[in-house]
Write a protein that binds this ligand. Sequence first.
Ligand SMILES: [Zn+2]
Length: 65
Amino acid sequence: MDQPQPSEVMRPIVCTHCHEKQVVRTDGKFGIRFMHAQSVRCLKCGSTFDVILPYQIVAGPYAAS
Ligand SMILES: [Zn+2]
């Protein structure tokens, strides 16, 4: 019954402090329950910022390029 879903997906995010583009790895399953702020520590400036994605962040961030 379940639709095949990618297990993990890289998704772009942007730091709200320095606007550095980076990526996080998220679980591939969409879930409205994940639609809440998840804290990420910026690779560049080291500040913590919140990202809102309907996916659970499982790893990252990583450099975008
Ligand atoms: Zn930053």
